[in-house]
Design a protein around this ligand. Structure first.
Ligand SMILES: Nc1nc2c(ncn2[C@@H]2O[C@H](COP(=O)(O)OP(=O)(O)OP(=O)(O)O)[C@@H](O)[C@H]2O)c(=O)[nH]1
Ligand SMILES: [Mg+2]
Length: 468
Protein backbone atom coordinates (compact mmCIF):
# COMPACT_ATOMS: atom_id res chain seq x y z
CA UNK A 1 0.00 0.00 0.00
CA UNK A 2 1.12 3.51 -0.70
CA UNK A 3 1.73 5.61 2.39
CA UNK A 4 -0.35 8.65 1.49
CA UNK A 5 -3.96 7.57 0.88
CA UNK A 6 -4.31 7.51 -2.90
CA UNK A 7 -7.51 6.99 -4.86
CA UNK A 8 -7.91 6.22 -8.54
CA UNK A 9 -11.20 7.55 -9.87
CA UNK A 10 -12.30 5.10 -12.55
CA UNK A 11 -15.35 4.17 -14.60
CA UNK A 12 -17.08 4.53 -17.96
CA UNK A 13 -16.19 7.57 -20.10
CA UNK A 14 -18.01 10.82 -19.33
CA UNK A 15 -19.49 9.93 -15.95
CA UNK A 16 -17.93 12.75 -13.97
CA UNK A 17 -14.65 11.11 -12.90
CA UNK A 18 -12.63 14.26 -13.50
CA UNK A 19 -15.36 16.30 -11.80
CA UNK A 20 -15.00 14.20 -8.66
CA UNK A 21 -11.21 14.60 -8.75
CA UNK A 22 -11.57 18.36 -9.16
CA UNK A 23 -14.04 18.68 -6.27
CA UNK A 24 -12.08 16.51 -3.84
CA UNK A 25 -8.65 17.88 -4.77
CA UNK A 26 -9.95 21.51 -4.74
CA UNK A 27 -8.28 21.93 -8.09
CA UNK A 28 -9.88 23.78 -10.98
CA UNK A 29 -7.09 22.89 -13.40
CA UNK A 30 -8.56 19.38 -13.87
CA UNK A 31 -9.92 19.08 -17.42
CA UNK A 32 -13.67 18.57 -17.51
CA UNK A 33 -15.72 18.57 -20.71
CA UNK A 34 -19.09 17.37 -22.02
CA UNK A 35 -17.46 15.05 -24.61
CA UNK A 36 -16.40 11.52 -23.65
CA UNK A 37 -12.67 10.80 -23.91
CA UNK A 38 -11.57 14.08 -22.33
CA UNK A 39 -9.10 12.38 -19.99
CA UNK A 40 -6.62 10.20 -21.91
CA UNK A 41 -3.75 9.78 -19.45
CA UNK A 42 -3.64 9.36 -15.69
CA UNK A 43 -2.78 12.40 -13.66
CA UNK A 44 -2.20 12.67 -9.93
CA UNK A 45 -3.72 15.57 -7.98
CA UNK A 46 -2.25 15.79 -4.48
CA UNK A 47 -4.21 17.67 -1.81
CA UNK A 48 -1.60 19.67 0.11
CA UNK A 49 -2.50 21.24 3.45
CA UNK A 50 -0.46 22.09 6.54
CA UNK A 51 2.70 21.68 4.45
CA UNK A 52 2.13 18.07 3.48
CA UNK A 53 0.22 15.89 1.06
CA UNK A 54 -2.92 14.70 2.84
CA UNK A 55 -4.25 12.47 0.08
CA UNK A 56 -3.94 12.03 -3.68
CA UNK A 57 -6.65 11.69 -6.31
CA UNK A 58 -5.72 10.10 -9.62
CA UNK A 59 -7.77 11.07 -12.66
CA UNK A 60 -7.95 8.27 -15.23
CA UNK A 61 -9.37 7.69 -18.72
CA UNK A 62 -12.62 5.74 -18.96
CA UNK A 63 -12.85 2.04 -19.86
CA UNK A 64 -13.21 1.70 -23.65
CA UNK A 65 -13.07 -2.05 -24.27
CA UNK A 66 -13.76 -3.68 -20.95
CA UNK A 67 -15.61 -6.69 -22.42
CA UNK A 68 -12.79 -7.99 -24.70
CA UNK A 69 -10.30 -7.14 -21.95
CA UNK A 70 -12.19 -9.31 -19.49
CA UNK A 71 -12.55 -12.06 -22.11
CA UNK A 72 -8.74 -12.10 -22.49
CA UNK A 73 -8.37 -12.33 -18.71
CA UNK A 74 -10.98 -15.09 -18.41
CA UNK A 75 -9.13 -17.22 -20.93
CA UNK A 76 -6.11 -17.15 -18.63
CA UNK A 77 -7.96 -17.56 -15.36
CA UNK A 78 -7.07 -20.62 -13.31
CA UNK A 79 -8.16 -19.70 -9.77
CA UNK A 80 -9.47 -16.68 -7.87
CA UNK A 81 -6.15 -16.36 -6.05
CA UNK A 82 -4.53 -15.58 -9.40
CA UNK A 83 -6.99 -12.95 -10.54
CA UNK A 84 -4.71 -10.08 -9.75
CA UNK A 85 -1.76 -11.75 -11.47
CA UNK A 86 -3.91 -12.09 -14.61
CA UNK A 87 -4.74 -8.37 -14.53
CA UNK A 88 -1.04 -7.60 -14.14
CA UNK A 89 -0.25 -9.90 -17.05
CA UNK A 90 -2.89 -8.11 -19.12
CA UNK A 91 -1.30 -4.70 -18.48
CA UNK A 92 2.20 -6.10 -19.09
CA UNK A 93 1.06 -7.64 -22.40
CA UNK A 94 -0.85 -4.68 -23.83
CA UNK A 95 0.83 -1.57 -22.46
CA UNK A 96 2.06 0.50 -25.39
CA UNK A 97 0.63 -1.98 -27.92
CA UNK A 98 -2.08 0.32 -29.22
CA UNK A 99 -4.77 -2.15 -28.08
CA UNK A 100 -6.43 -1.57 -24.70
CA UNK A 101 -4.48 1.66 -24.14
CA UNK A 102 -7.15 3.17 -21.91
CA UNK A 103 -7.56 -0.01 -19.86
CA UNK A 104 -3.80 -0.31 -19.31
CA UNK A 105 -3.54 3.37 -18.40
CA UNK A 106 -6.35 3.32 -15.83
CA UNK A 107 -5.30 0.02 -14.25
CA UNK A 108 -1.75 1.33 -13.70
CA UNK A 109 -2.42 3.33 -10.50
CA UNK A 110 -4.77 0.65 -9.17
CA UNK A 111 -2.08 -2.01 -9.49
CA UNK A 112 0.30 0.38 -7.71
CA UNK A 113 -1.97 0.35 -4.65
CA UNK A 114 -4.47 3.18 -5.16
CA UNK A 115 -7.93 2.65 -3.70
CA UNK A 116 -10.67 2.38 -6.33
CA UNK A 117 -13.47 4.93 -6.61
CA UNK A 118 -15.81 3.62 -9.29
CA UNK A 119 -18.05 6.36 -10.68
CA UNK A 120 -21.42 5.89 -12.37
CA UNK A 121 -24.13 8.30 -13.47
CA UNK A 122 -27.25 7.66 -11.38
CA UNK A 123 -29.46 9.54 -13.84
CA UNK A 124 -29.10 6.94 -16.62
CA UNK A 125 -30.46 3.39 -16.30
CA UNK A 126 -28.20 0.60 -15.18
CA UNK A 127 -27.10 -1.81 -17.93
CA UNK A 128 -24.98 -4.98 -18.08
CA UNK A 129 -22.27 -3.21 -20.13
CA UNK A 130 -20.84 -1.96 -16.83
CA UNK A 131 -20.31 -5.48 -15.47
CA UNK A 132 -17.01 -6.28 -17.23
CA UNK A 133 -15.53 -3.02 -15.82
CA UNK A 134 -16.62 -3.86 -12.30
CA UNK A 135 -15.39 -7.43 -12.66
CA UNK A 136 -11.93 -6.35 -13.81
CA UNK A 137 -11.70 -3.92 -10.90
CA UNK A 138 -12.75 -6.66 -8.49
CA UNK A 139 -10.00 -8.91 -9.83
CA UNK A 140 -7.35 -6.39 -8.81
CA UNK A 141 -8.28 -7.07 -5.17
CA UNK A 142 -7.78 -3.42 -4.20
CA UNK A 143 -10.11 -1.70 -1.69
CA UNK A 144 -12.98 -0.07 -3.52
CA UNK A 145 -16.06 2.08 -3.25
CA UNK A 146 -18.76 2.98 -5.78
CA UNK A 147 -19.95 6.54 -6.19
CA UNK A 148 -23.27 7.33 -7.81
CA UNK A 149 -22.93 10.79 -9.36
CA UNK A 150 -26.32 12.07 -10.55
CA UNK A 151 -25.51 14.06 -13.69
CA UNK A 152 -29.04 14.51 -15.04
CA UNK A 153 -32.48 14.84 -13.49
CA UNK A 154 -33.76 11.24 -13.87
CA UNK A 155 -33.28 9.03 -10.84
CA UNK A 156 -32.13 5.42 -11.27
CA UNK A 157 -30.27 5.33 -7.99
CA UNK A 158 -32.04 2.31 -6.54
CA UNK A 159 -31.33 0.06 -9.55
CA UNK A 160 -27.71 1.19 -9.45
CA UNK A 161 -27.43 0.53 -5.74
CA UNK A 162 -28.67 -3.03 -6.18
CA UNK A 163 -26.24 -3.74 -9.03
CA UNK A 164 -23.24 -2.02 -7.46
CA UNK A 165 -23.74 -3.84 -4.16
CA UNK A 166 -22.82 -7.04 -6.02
CA UNK A 167 -19.35 -5.69 -6.63
CA UNK A 168 -18.67 -3.03 -3.98
CA UNK A 169 -19.06 -3.16 -0.20
CA UNK A 170 -19.58 0.59 0.01
CA UNK A 171 -21.89 2.51 -2.31
CA UNK A 172 -22.54 6.23 -1.90
CA UNK A 173 -24.38 8.95 -3.72
CA UNK A 174 -22.12 11.94 -4.33
CA UNK A 175 -22.96 14.85 -6.61
CA UNK A 176 -19.60 16.01 -7.94
CA UNK A 177 -20.88 19.39 -9.02
CA UNK A 178 -22.87 20.58 -6.05
CA UNK A 179 -21.61 18.57 -3.04
CA UNK A 180 -21.48 20.96 -0.07
CA UNK A 181 -18.35 21.08 2.07
CA UNK A 182 -19.82 18.83 4.77
CA UNK A 183 -20.70 16.14 2.20
CA UNK A 184 -17.15 16.24 0.90
CA UNK A 185 -15.74 15.75 4.39
CA UNK A 186 -18.15 12.91 5.00
CA UNK A 187 -16.97 11.18 1.84
CA UNK A 188 -13.33 11.54 2.84
CA UNK A 189 -14.10 10.00 6.23
CA UNK A 190 -15.81 7.20 4.29
CA UNK A 191 -12.62 6.58 2.31
CA UNK A 192 -11.00 5.83 5.65
CA UNK A 193 -13.26 2.80 5.92
CA UNK A 194 -11.69 1.28 2.80
CA UNK A 195 -8.39 0.50 4.41
CA UNK A 196 -7.42 0.56 8.09
CA UNK A 197 -4.11 2.34 7.45
CA UNK A 198 -5.92 5.22 5.76
CA UNK A 199 -8.38 5.93 8.56
CA UNK A 200 -6.09 8.12 10.66
CA UNK A 201 -4.50 10.12 7.79
CA UNK A 202 -7.96 10.83 6.38
CA UNK A 203 -9.30 11.93 9.76
CA UNK A 204 -6.33 14.32 9.91
CA UNK A 205 -7.05 15.51 6.39
CA UNK A 206 -10.63 16.34 7.41
CA UNK A 207 -9.32 18.37 10.37
CA UNK A 208 -6.85 20.19 8.11
CA UNK A 209 -9.62 21.03 5.63
CA UNK A 210 -11.81 22.43 8.40
CA UNK A 211 -8.97 24.59 9.71
CA UNK A 212 -8.11 25.77 6.24
CA UNK A 213 -11.68 26.85 5.63
CA UNK A 214 -11.63 29.08 8.70
CA UNK A 215 -8.27 30.55 7.64
CA UNK A 216 -9.55 31.25 4.13
CA UNK A 217 -12.54 33.09 5.57
CA UNK A 218 -10.36 35.15 7.89
CA UNK A 219 -8.34 36.12 4.85
CA UNK A 220 -11.54 36.99 2.95
CA UNK A 221 -12.66 39.26 5.82
CA UNK A 222 -9.31 41.08 5.57
CA UNK A 223 -9.63 41.38 1.79
CA UNK A 224 -13.13 42.86 2.07
CA UNK A 225 -11.95 45.28 4.78
CA UNK A 226 -9.10 46.47 2.54
CA UNK A 227 -11.54 46.82 -0.34
CA UNK A 228 -13.84 49.00 1.75
CA UNK A 229 -10.98 51.22 2.89
CA UNK A 230 -9.79 51.72 -0.68
CA UNK A 231 -13.26 52.25 -2.16
CA UNK A 232 -14.09 54.89 0.45
CA UNK A 233 -10.85 56.80 0.13
CA UNK A 234 -10.22 56.56 -3.60
CA UNK A 235 -10.17 59.74 -5.68
CA UNK A 236 -8.92 60.81 -9.09
CA UNK A 237 -7.84 64.29 -10.15
CA UNK A 238 -6.76 66.25 -13.16
CA UNK A 239 -4.88 69.59 -13.29
CA UNK A 240 -6.95 72.16 -15.17
CA UNK A 241 -5.17 74.08 -17.94
CA UNK A 242 -5.16 77.90 -17.61
CA UNK A 243 -8.51 79.34 -18.47
CA UNK A 244 -10.09 75.92 -19.18
CA UNK A 245 -13.76 75.37 -18.54
CA UNK A 246 -14.00 72.61 -15.90
CA UNK A 247 -17.29 71.42 -17.40
CA UNK A 248 -15.33 70.13 -20.42
CA UNK A 249 -13.48 67.69 -18.17
CA UNK A 250 -16.07 66.88 -15.59
CA UNK A 251 -17.79 63.89 -17.23
CA UNK A 252 -14.52 62.23 -18.27
CA UNK A 253 -13.15 62.52 -14.75
CA UNK A 254 -16.31 61.08 -13.25
CA UNK A 255 -16.02 58.17 -15.66
CA UNK A 256 -12.40 57.68 -14.67
CA UNK A 257 -13.43 57.64 -11.02
CA UNK A 258 -16.06 54.98 -11.63
CA UNK A 259 -13.61 52.90 -13.67
CA UNK A 260 -11.08 53.06 -10.85
CA UNK A 261 -13.70 51.87 -8.34
CA UNK A 262 -14.79 49.06 -10.64
CA UNK A 263 -11.19 47.97 -11.18
CA UNK A 264 -10.53 47.91 -7.43
CA UNK A 265 -13.65 45.83 -6.86
CA UNK A 266 -12.64 43.39 -9.61
CA UNK A 267 -9.21 43.05 -8.04
CA UNK A 268 -10.81 42.15 -4.70
CA UNK A 269 -13.05 39.59 -6.43
CA UNK A 270 -10.04 37.91 -7.97
CA UNK A 271 -8.20 37.84 -4.66
CA UNK A 272 -11.17 36.24 -2.91
CA UNK A 273 -11.56 33.67 -5.70
CA UNK A 274 -7.88 32.83 -5.43
CA UNK A 275 -8.16 32.45 -1.67
CA UNK A 276 -10.63 29.63 -2.46
CA UNK A 277 -8.36 28.16 -5.14
CA UNK A 278 -10.59 29.24 -8.02
CA UNK A 279 -7.84 30.42 -10.30
CA UNK A 280 -9.54 29.84 -13.62
CA UNK A 281 -12.80 31.59 -12.90
CA UNK A 282 -12.23 34.64 -15.03
CA UNK A 283 -9.68 33.27 -17.42
CA UNK A 284 -11.83 30.69 -19.20
CA UNK A 285 -13.89 33.39 -20.71
CA UNK A 286 -16.29 31.66 -23.01
CA UNK A 287 -17.43 29.08 -20.50
CA UNK A 288 -16.90 30.96 -17.29
CA UNK A 289 -17.87 34.55 -17.83
CA UNK A 290 -18.29 36.36 -14.56
CA UNK A 291 -21.90 37.41 -14.86
CA UNK A 292 -21.66 40.29 -12.45
CA UNK A 293 -23.97 43.21 -12.15
CA UNK A 294 -22.38 46.59 -12.35
CA UNK A 295 -21.46 48.55 -9.27
CA UNK A 296 -23.13 51.61 -10.79
CA UNK A 297 -26.41 50.01 -11.70
CA UNK A 298 -28.02 52.20 -9.14
CA UNK A 299 -31.42 50.56 -9.52
CA UNK A 300 -29.76 47.53 -7.92
CA UNK A 301 -28.49 49.40 -4.93
CA UNK A 302 -31.69 48.90 -3.04
CA UNK A 303 -31.27 45.18 -3.55
CA UNK A 304 -27.69 45.16 -2.38
CA UNK A 305 -28.45 46.24 1.10
CA UNK A 306 -30.57 49.34 1.35
CA UNK A 307 -33.90 47.80 2.07
CA UNK A 308 -36.50 48.72 4.66
CA UNK A 309 -34.74 51.75 5.98
CA UNK A 310 -32.59 49.77 8.37
CA UNK A 311 -29.33 51.16 7.15
CA UNK A 312 -30.24 54.71 7.42
CA UNK A 313 -31.37 54.12 10.99
CA UNK A 314 -28.10 52.45 11.79
CA UNK A 315 -26.19 55.28 10.14
CA UNK A 316 -28.00 57.88 12.17
CA UNK A 317 -27.25 55.95 15.35
CA UNK A 318 -23.57 56.04 14.42
CA UNK A 319 -23.76 59.80 14.03
CA UNK A 320 -22.63 59.50 10.43
CA UNK A 321 -25.48 61.33 8.87
CA UNK A 322 -25.73 64.28 11.17
CA UNK A 323 -25.82 67.29 8.93
CA UNK A 324 -24.49 65.39 5.93
CA UNK A 325 -27.49 63.66 4.55
CA UNK A 326 -28.72 66.59 2.56
CA UNK A 327 -25.56 66.92 0.47
CA UNK A 328 -26.32 63.74 -1.32
CA UNK A 329 -26.39 65.29 -4.69
CA UNK A 330 -26.92 62.48 -7.09
CA UNK A 331 -27.50 63.72 -10.60
CA UNK A 332 -28.12 67.14 -9.23
CA UNK A 333 -31.12 66.11 -7.14
CA UNK A 334 -30.65 66.58 -3.46
CA UNK A 335 -32.94 64.40 -1.42
CA UNK A 336 -33.24 62.86 1.97
CA UNK A 337 -32.10 59.32 1.66
CA UNK A 338 -34.77 57.92 3.92
CA UNK A 339 -37.37 58.89 1.37
CA UNK A 340 -35.65 56.89 -1.31
CA UNK A 341 -35.28 53.86 0.88
CA UNK A 342 -38.87 53.99 1.95
CA UNK A 343 -39.87 54.04 -1.69
CA UNK A 344 -40.09 50.95 -3.85
CA UNK A 345 -36.94 49.97 -5.68
CA UNK A 346 -38.28 51.49 -8.91
CA UNK A 347 -38.95 54.83 -7.27
CA UNK A 348 -35.45 54.99 -5.82
CA UNK A 349 -34.03 54.11 -9.21
CA UNK A 350 -35.91 56.99 -10.79
CA UNK A 351 -34.44 59.40 -8.27
CA UNK A 352 -30.96 58.11 -9.01
CA UNK A 353 -31.44 57.75 -12.70
CA UNK A 354 -28.50 59.84 -13.77
CA UNK A 355 -26.23 57.37 -11.94
CA UNK A 356 -23.71 59.92 -10.76
CA UNK A 357 -22.23 58.79 -7.54
CA UNK A 358 -19.97 61.74 -7.18
CA UNK A 359 -19.60 65.03 -8.99
CA UNK A 360 -16.20 66.35 -9.91
CA UNK A 361 -15.26 69.52 -8.06
CA UNK A 362 -12.60 72.16 -8.53
CA UNK A 363 -10.00 72.96 -5.97
CA UNK A 364 -7.05 75.30 -5.80
CA UNK A 365 -3.58 73.76 -5.64
CA UNK A 366 -1.01 74.92 -3.05
CA UNK A 367 1.45 76.02 -5.76
CA UNK A 368 -1.17 77.80 -7.80
CA UNK A 369 -3.40 76.54 -10.59
CA UNK A 370 -6.54 74.49 -10.19
CA UNK A 371 -7.41 70.86 -10.38
CA UNK A 372 -10.57 68.93 -10.87
CA UNK A 373 -11.07 66.13 -8.37
CA UNK A 374 -13.60 63.35 -8.13
CA UNK A 375 -14.01 61.30 -4.98
CA UNK A 376 -13.75 60.10 -2.34
CA UNK A 377 -17.50 59.64 -2.16
CA UNK A 378 -19.37 60.79 0.89
CA UNK A 379 -22.49 58.85 0.01
CA UNK A 380 -23.37 56.92 3.19
CA UNK A 381 -24.98 54.11 1.22
CA UNK A 382 -21.93 53.41 -0.84
CA UNK A 383 -19.94 51.27 1.67
CA UNK A 384 -23.04 49.19 2.35
CA UNK A 385 -23.52 48.53 -1.33
CA UNK A 386 -19.85 47.58 -1.70
CA UNK A 387 -20.14 45.34 1.36
CA UNK A 388 -23.42 43.74 0.20
CA UNK A 389 -21.89 42.92 -3.17
CA UNK A 390 -18.72 41.50 -1.61
CA UNK A 391 -20.66 39.31 0.84
CA UNK A 392 -22.90 38.02 -1.92
CA UNK A 393 -19.93 37.17 -4.13
CA UNK A 394 -18.28 35.38 -1.22
CA UNK A 395 -21.39 33.38 -0.37
CA UNK A 396 -21.74 32.21 -3.97
CA UNK A 397 -18.09 31.22 -4.02
CA UNK A 398 -17.93 29.58 -0.60
CA UNK A 399 -20.35 26.84 -1.62
CA UNK A 400 -18.92 26.31 -5.07
CA UNK A 401 -17.04 23.14 -5.99
CA UNK A 402 -13.96 23.28 -8.19
CA UNK A 403 -15.77 21.07 -10.71
CA UNK A 404 -18.39 23.74 -11.29
CA UNK A 405 -17.27 25.57 -14.40
CA UNK A 406 -20.49 27.49 -15.01
CA UNK A 407 -20.69 31.27 -14.86
CA UNK A 408 -20.74 32.76 -11.40
CA UNK A 409 -23.90 34.83 -11.60
CA UNK A 410 -24.01 37.71 -9.18
CA UNK A 411 -27.07 39.54 -10.36
CA UNK A 412 -29.03 40.59 -7.27
CA UNK A 413 -32.20 40.98 -9.29
CA UNK A 414 -32.32 37.19 -9.62
CA UNK A 415 -32.86 36.74 -5.91
CA UNK A 416 -32.06 39.63 -3.67
CA UNK A 417 -29.39 38.70 -1.16
CA UNK A 418 -29.98 40.42 2.16
CA UNK A 419 -26.53 40.00 3.61
CA UNK A 420 -26.34 43.45 5.05
CA UNK A 421 -29.72 43.16 6.71
CA UNK A 422 -28.63 40.00 8.47
CA UNK A 423 -25.81 41.76 10.25
CA UNK A 424 -26.88 42.42 13.83
CA UNK A 425 -27.68 45.93 14.93
CA UNK A 426 -24.62 46.40 17.13
CA UNK A 427 -22.21 45.19 14.50
CA UNK A 428 -23.86 47.38 11.87
CA UNK A 429 -23.47 50.42 14.06
CA UNK A 430 -19.81 49.58 14.69
CA UNK A 431 -19.27 49.14 10.95
CA UNK A 432 -21.00 52.44 10.28
CA UNK A 433 -18.65 54.16 12.72
CA UNK A 434 -15.67 52.78 10.77
CA UNK A 435 -17.22 54.00 7.51
CA UNK A 436 -17.81 57.42 9.03
CA UNK A 437 -14.13 57.61 10.08
CA UNK A 438 -13.10 56.69 6.57
CA UNK A 439 -15.38 59.37 5.13
CA UNK A 440 -13.78 61.91 7.39
CA UNK A 441 -10.37 61.09 5.94
CA UNK A 442 -8.95 58.57 8.41
CA UNK A 443 -7.53 55.54 6.63
CA UNK A 444 -4.95 53.86 8.75
CA UNK A 445 -4.05 50.22 9.11
CA UNK A 446 -5.89 50.03 12.45
CA UNK A 447 -9.18 50.97 10.86
CA UNK A 448 -8.73 48.23 8.29
CA UNK A 449 -8.02 45.76 11.11
CA UNK A 450 -11.14 46.91 12.98
CA UNK A 451 -13.22 46.36 9.88
CA UNK A 452 -11.71 42.90 9.32
CA UNK A 453 -12.47 41.98 12.94
CA UNK A 454 -16.08 43.15 12.60
CA UNK A 455 -16.52 41.32 9.30
CA UNK A 456 -14.89 38.06 10.46
CA UNK A 457 -18.01 36.43 11.95
CA UNK A 458 -20.18 37.67 9.06
CA UNK A 459 -17.90 36.04 6.49
CA UNK A 460 -17.52 32.91 8.60
CA UNK A 461 -21.30 32.42 8.69
CA UNK A 462 -21.65 32.69 4.90
CA UNK A 463 -23.22 29.26 4.48
CA UNK A 464 -25.58 29.62 7.40
CA UNK A 465 -27.81 31.62 5.08
CA UNK A 466 -29.66 30.29 2.07
CA UNK A 467 -28.07 31.05 -1.31
CA UNK A 468 -29.94 32.91 -3.95
N1 LIG B 1 -25.04 18.42 -13.70
C1 LIG B 1 -23.96 17.70 -13.46
N2 LIG B 1 -23.05 17.57 -14.42
C2 LIG B 1 -21.96 16.83 -14.17
C3 LIG B 1 -21.74 16.22 -12.91
N3 LIG B 1 -20.57 15.55 -12.98
C4 LIG B 1 -20.09 15.75 -14.22
N4 LIG B 1 -20.91 16.52 -14.94
C5 LIG B 1 -20.72 16.95 -16.34
O1 LIG B 1 -20.52 15.80 -17.12
C6 LIG B 1 -19.54 16.04 -18.15
C7 LIG B 1 -18.42 15.02 -18.02
O2 LIG B 1 -17.71 15.26 -16.80
P1 LIG B 1 -16.20 14.80 -16.61
O3 LIG B 1 -15.85 15.03 -15.19
O4 LIG B 1 -15.30 15.41 -17.66
O5 LIG B 1 -16.34 13.24 -16.89
P2 LIG B 1 -15.22 12.13 -17.04
O6 LIG B 1 -15.80 10.87 -16.50
O7 LIG B 1 -13.95 12.58 -16.45
O8 LIG B 1 -15.10 12.02 -18.63
P3 LIG B 1 -13.89 11.41 -19.51
O9 LIG B 1 -12.61 11.95 -19.02
O10 LIG B 1 -14.21 11.90 -20.88
O11 LIG B 1 -14.01 9.94 -19.38
C8 LIG B 1 -19.08 17.47 -17.94
O12 LIG B 1 -19.79 18.29 -18.84
C9 LIG B 1 -19.45 17.76 -16.50
O13 LIG B 1 -19.69 19.15 -16.30
C10 LIG B 1 -22.74 16.39 -11.90
O14 LIG B 1 -22.63 15.90 -10.78
N5 LIG B 1 -23.82 17.13 -12.23
MG1 LIG C 1 -12.13 12.87 -17.32
Amino acid sequence: MTQVPTFAVVGHPNKGKSSIVSTLAHDDSVRIAPEPGTTRVCRRYPMCLDGRVQYVLVDTPGFQRARPALAWMRERETSASLHRAVVEAFVASFRGSGRFDDECELLGPVLEGAGILYVVDGSVPYGPEYEPEMEILRWTGEPSMALINPIGAADHTEAWRAALAQYFKIVRVFDALTAPFEKRLELLRGFGALHEEWREPLAQAVGALERERVQVRERVARLIAELLVDMLTLSVSKPLPEGADPRDFERALEQEYQQALRAREREARREVEQAYGHHELERLEESVALADSDLFQVEHWVLWGLRRGQLIASGAAGGALAGGALDLAVGGASFLLGTAIGAAAGGAAALWSSQRLERARIQGLPLGGRELRCGPTRNPNFPWVVLGRALHHHARLAGRTHADRGALALDPARGAPDWVERIGRERRDALERCFASLRSGAADALLSQDLARLLGPVVLAADAAPGI
